[in-house]
Design a protein around this ligand. Structure first.
Ligand SMILES: Cc1ncc(COP(=O)(O)O)c(C=O)c1O
Length: 398
């Protein structure tokens, strides 16, 4: 991923600033920290990048999901519509909130479909947790309209699509609360870390308090602060914030390079009429971290996957492999929790073992994905396009 490819002097400098003060905690100790506040600066710059009024740095993307749900008042017995493709973390966050994940269908954007959401609504539905999957976006106009029509809160998990946008607005700036991850597998990374973003003052006020045991963060003496609400610890460290700050400043360069490289690989796909590109509602807003495309059927998708692997190309066939699609979520289907989740005590809770998302399955069976790197040279790209063409010719020959 881009962040790990470009890790360098800038990250080291930001981390050294923190280590020299000896204050690895984001709050207080003002005299000792010598003006060094990495989490605070990151939040300002991240807000500017997203065009969001507030952001808050936290421990992880999963923490950000939990924080977003909590701030939106989602708790025991509330239904939250979630996608079967993306990652299990936001679904775990819904379960830990005491709420009920309700799966809806995706469409060829690979994100929740507006029609799928509408079909999954019940009187208990409180929110939609949208994952902006692997670099690109859902049909945002229609999806936001469905949420507004049914008075549902939109929680946006933009962890896999940071740097993408829709009609000029950054992904992660559509939800009442949005979540991001900076784990090792994200476009910008601190190894671990996350953030929320919001344009709502009340949501932000809840977020910084809830993520720090309810501290109101007023005054300079932590021990003298008030705790107007119960909270938890989702705090991120100054060291993580320092790294992700340096990474954030590289993000525009990463996106520019990825777009250029994705465009070159896309041209190879377009030589094959049987190949269909993922539906991207705003092509200019694709962060281009990945290139996803469809083959005519399951068999050809598997053949393409195998041919890519044989050529040493990055390849993911999510329907069968990997951990990002519901078919691999056996622990959820069998409810293998080490403690009693609130959902287990709720009448008429869904049985995930019987989950059926046939439209999503049909889409995923045809899907292939390849990853885009920032540091590819002209020679790399020539070699990659040659290998891709060869792999597709082999896989698609009659
Ligand atoms: C969509 C999505 N949300 C949340 C997370 C969780 O992020 P973290 O690993 O930082 O907890 C991930 C991680 O892959 C993710 O893909």
């Amino acid at each position: 991923m881009a962040g790990t490819e470009l890790f360098g002097q800038e990250e080291r400098k930001e981390v050294m600033d923190v280590l020299e003060t000896g204050v690895l905690f984001r709050y207080n100790h003002d005299a000792q920290r010598n003006g060094i506040f990495k989490a605070k600066i990151f939040e300002q710059e991240f807000g500017t990048y997203l065009g969001a009024k507030h952001t808050h740095f936290c421990a992880s993307g999963t923490a950000a999901d939990s924080l977003a749900l909590a701030c939106c008042g989602i708790g025991y017995g509330d239904e939250v519509i979630v996608p079967p493709y993306g990652f299990i973390a936001p679904i775990e966050a819904v379960l830990l909130a005491g709420a009920i994940p309700v799966f809806a269908e995706i469409d060829e954007t690979l994100c929740l479909s507006p029609e799928g959401i509408e079909k999954a609504i019940t009187p208990r539905t409180k929110a939609v947790l949208l994952i902006q999957v692997f670099g690109s976006m859902a049909k945002m106009d229609e999806l936001v309209a469905v949420c507004n029509k049914h008075n549902l809160i939109l929680v946006e998990d933009a962890a896999p699509a940071l740097g993408g946008s829709y009609k000029g607005k950054m992904l992660g700036n559509f939800g009442k609360m949005s979540a991001f991850s900076f784990d090792y597998y994200k476009i910008i990374t601190a190894g671990e870390g996350g953030a929320i973003a919001t344009n709502d003052d009340e949501m932000y006020d809840r977020a910084h308090k809830y993520s720090d045991h309810g501290h109101d963060h007023i005054g300079e003496v932590r021990g003298a602060e008030q705790h107007p609400i119960l909270g938890y610890n989702y705090r991120g460290s100054e060291l993580g914030a320092a790294v992700v700050l340096a990474q954030l400043r590289k993000l525009p360069y990463m996106i520019e390079k990825q777009k250029k490289h994705q465009h070159i690989l896309k041209q190879v796909l377009l030589e094959f009429p049987e190949v269909k590109l993922r539906l991207v509602p705003d092509v200019d807003g694709d962060s281009a971290t990945f290139l996803s495309f469809f083959l005519p059927d399951n068999e050809k998708a598997i053949r393409t996957f195998e041919a890519f692997q044989k050529e040493g190309l990055s390849a993911s066939y999510w329907y069968r492999n990997n951990f990002h699609y519901h078919r691999q979520w056996g622990h959820l289907k069998e409810m293998k929790s080490i403690f009693n989740l609130p959902l287990m005590k709720i009448n008429n809770a869904p049985d995930y073992g019987k989950m059926e998302v046939p439209e999503s399955d049909a889409i995923m069976q045809r899907l292939m994905m390849t990853q885009i790197m920032v540091n590819w040279s002209e020679e790399d790209l020539t070699m990659l396009t040659t290998k891709m063409r060869l792999a597709l010719k082999i896989a698609l020959k009659k």
